[in-house]
Design a protein around this ligand. Sequence first.
Ligand code: BG6
Length: 484
Amino acid sequence: MSTHLDPCVLVLFGATGDLTRRKLTPALYALHCDGHLPAGFQVVAYGRRDKDDTSFRTDLLAHMQQFAPKAEMSKWDEFASQCFYVRGEFDVQNDYDVLAARLADLDEKAGRQRNRLMYLAIPPEQYESVVGNLGAAGLTKSEGTWTRVIIEKPFGYDLQTSRHLNDSLMTWLSEDQIYRIDHYLGKETVQNILVFRFANEIFEPLWNHKYIENVQITVAEQIGVEGRGNFFDQTGMTRDVLQNHALQILSLIAMEPPARLDANAIRDEKVKAIRSIRPVAHDEVPHMSVRGQYAGYRSEPGVDPHSSTETYAALKLHVDNWRWGGIPFYVRCAKSMPRRVTEVAVQFRAVPQVLFAKMNRSDVRPNMLVIRVQPDEGIHLEIGAKEPGPTMALRPVNLDFTYGSAFPNAPITDAYERLLLDAIRGDASLFARGDEVEAAWKLLTPILEAWEKHPADVMPYFTATWGPEKADSLLEHGAKWREP
Ligand code: BG6
């Protein structure tokens, strides 16, 4: 594969941060071992700490030992020898000239064109100044070569700040240079939603309000804030996960078929789906949302002891278009749940109660399709089956597809591997476009504002339960939250 890719350099900002340790170093090394990186690929980290190439390489090795201890390391020295370090302050313009000179020198020695992928794995408040300084140093230009910038979430804090950030990035970059990462889009199972819907003729005719009763999207984590109390308390579950990961999944479930499988055609349809969601007016917020906070959250390090930040958020949304009119989409994202599970449950309508009218209604269960994003990745379709025996008794059974059994020799790789590779090859399909992010904030900002006025509405729940009981009241027509 590497022969088709332009030789390039990854310029890494935030090389000592958590994301680089946990995800980027292991992902880059795995791509190197699999021969997926372009020939002559190099990494240049830029950071404040006093390091040189040798001590930076020692750090990278420590990341591997801590977060990918089982990796086969026979190609490590080869990989590490192509990693370099430039010391500089994020806000000192002259330091970027030093970076530019080092990049030019490495390019020249490698006989490489100036193709650069900048990765901003840094706190969001530094995005603007880093991009501004890169721009002023002439490092954002793409003239016959390419420069792309990967930006981590959170992309803004609300509608106004995300617009401001988009506008200020546009001073130096064009939209097609910006790769806003949402690692959920790099997950195989999330990509498979498009394939499931559009490469299989049998489901699409049923994929609408006539056959579907409701859709439930769950992003549940078993862990609490795990030492990230400071960050999380300023952010909350809605900004951290619902605005991005959950709404991305929703848009893939709700979107119309794109005209082509290219980045803009796909994202046009996704953004249309998000824009079709009915805005939630301030006075409707109490009936359309439930917030919760797990017991003990306020004693977590870094968390305000009087915090009203939500660790559980559930919303009822309506995608007001021809396909989905009248169908509720229930979305819940939470920490400290009984288990880690991300899934989409599509609840189909019940059959007419004619043939099996004498049976207990609960025995004739409507079909349910469950797309299991993680763990136990796969898809399950619940159907009614006759129980063996002399009487007509029905029981729900599953038609199952699991990745583990269907593709035993192709383990699911980390989302960051796929996303890094896509950014290197210039495919932005699995990255969020500016208008998509703004549409998500436009929907959520009024809800967040309404919540802020009623901090006492955050309901407590016990760790390892499925959240506040009040969340049941969001569901219509006797529907229940699925217990995954
Ligand atoms: C991140 C959030 O984007 O996603 C974290 O900031 C969250 O708070 C994580 O834990 C969940 O990702 P995954 O891939 O483990 O489901």
